[in-house]
Design a binder for this molecule. Structure first.
Ligand SMILES: Nc1ncnc2c1ncn2[C@@H]1O[C@H](COP(=O)(O)OP(=O)(O)OP(=O)(O)O)[C@@H](O)[C@H]1O
Ligand SMILES: [Mg+2]
Length: 319
């Protein structure tokens, strides 16, 4: 796999404030890279440097081999950037808005018309082409902002919290769009606080805290590094005591905790089981429950409990 984004010993200071602290990371071509971290971790600062909107204090970033300091114009050609705010454009229709940004990339007017039409179709806004931008819902604005980053057909998309403030359906739509764009061959580097999105679509994740990378890799690797203990979520019909007795006898089971919260039907039991063991041991647990004639409704391993990974990796340090 080739590397398309290379962040090399990057440091950014604002006066005395150290926002990015000797950060190095690489993003492979074709990845959907989730850049996660608490507020103030340095995500936006890193992305702005990547997009040549701000100079680093020391270190650099290379995109497709081009250095943001030495070859900023080449970097800009390769990168589409969606900032974490929409900006205010009162008197513009959706089509005018898109055309304005396409024109910024020197695309000839004739070519722009068909590109804009295609982009609106891609983000499912064709029916709003002549509406005022101001009248769009937040979800639509986010999709429009995403469309605008695509005008010059960049290879790399740098998206700063593309799904923030969206309702669940709008979030799923953005998520699907990102997957679609990755399928079209784009590399996606996006920041988010929505860990469910990370679990759902990211091929790689980097967790940033205090300007430093505290964990990185794919989620499974990260989980293995940070949390050797596995967790099973089990739902069954039957008595809690019986389930606890069966599970308590299985070697490797560390704890069996009735699940609190959520809605549970009156005669079903929901448990979280912590254990240390292999995949064979996981299947042995299921078998033991079935042999004991407990009716299993749901049996799954929390492989992608990103929230736990995030909490384990970050310490809530305030910088
Ligand atoms: N222009 C600026 N001047 C001074 N300090 C700044 C400036 N921009 C950012 N900072 C500080 O740098 C640190 C990193 O900020 P940054 O916006 O990069 O974090 P972030 O990870 O994007 O956070 P969030 O999740 O809240 O968007 C913060 O402590 C922030 O207060
Ligand atoms: Mg930010």
């Amino acid at each position: 796999m080739s590397v398309i984004i290379e962040i090399v010993k990057l440091t950014k200071r604002y006066g005395k404030k150290l926002a990015v602290n000797d950060l190095s990371l690489q993003v492979e071509t074709g990845a959907i890279y989730g850049f996660v971290g608490p507020n103030g971790a340095g995500k936006t600062s890193t992305m702005r440097i990547l997009c040549t909107l701000m100079h680093p204090t020391t270190g650099t970033i290379r995109v497709g081999g081009y250095d943001v300091l030495k070859n900023p114009r080449d970097v800009r050609r390769l990168v589409g950037y969606m900032p974490d705010f929409f900006g205010v454009y009162d008197d513009m229709t959706v089509m005018e808005y898109l055309d304005f940004f396409a024109a910024c990339y020197d695309l000839p007017a004739q070519q722009r018309a068909s590109i804009n039409t295609d982009l609106l179709a891609l983000v499912d806004l064709s029916h709003r082409a002549n509406d005022m931008v101001d009248n769009l819902s937040r979800g639509m604005k986010q999709r429009l902002a995403l469309a605008r980053t695509l005008a010059h057909d960049p290879q790399v998309l740098v998206l700063d919290e593309p799904a923030s403030g969206l309702d669940p359906r709008a979030r799923v739509e953005i998520r699907e769009l990102l997957v679609e764009l990755a399928r079209m061959g784009k590399t996606i580097f996006f920041s988010t606080h929505i860990l469910a999105d990370v679990a759902e679509i990211c091929t790689h994740v980097g967790i940033l805290e205090g300007g430093k990378l505290v964990a990185s890799g794919n989620l499974n690797e990260m989980q293995r590094q940070l949390m050797p203990q596995r967790t099973l979520s089990i739902k069954l019909i039957g008595s809690l005591e019986q389930a606890q007795a069966v599970l308590g006898n299985i070697p490797g089971v560390l704890s069996v905790i009735p699940y609190e919260g959520g809605t549970t039907e009156p005669d079903s039991v929901h448990l979280r089981v912590a254990f240390g063991g292999t995949d064979t041991d996981v299947s042995d647990i299921l078998q033991a429950l079935v042999m004991a004639k407990l009716r299993v409704l749901h049996f799954t391993e929390d492989m992608r409990d990103v929230e736990s990974i995030f909490l384990q990796a970050t310490q809530g340090k305030v910088t």
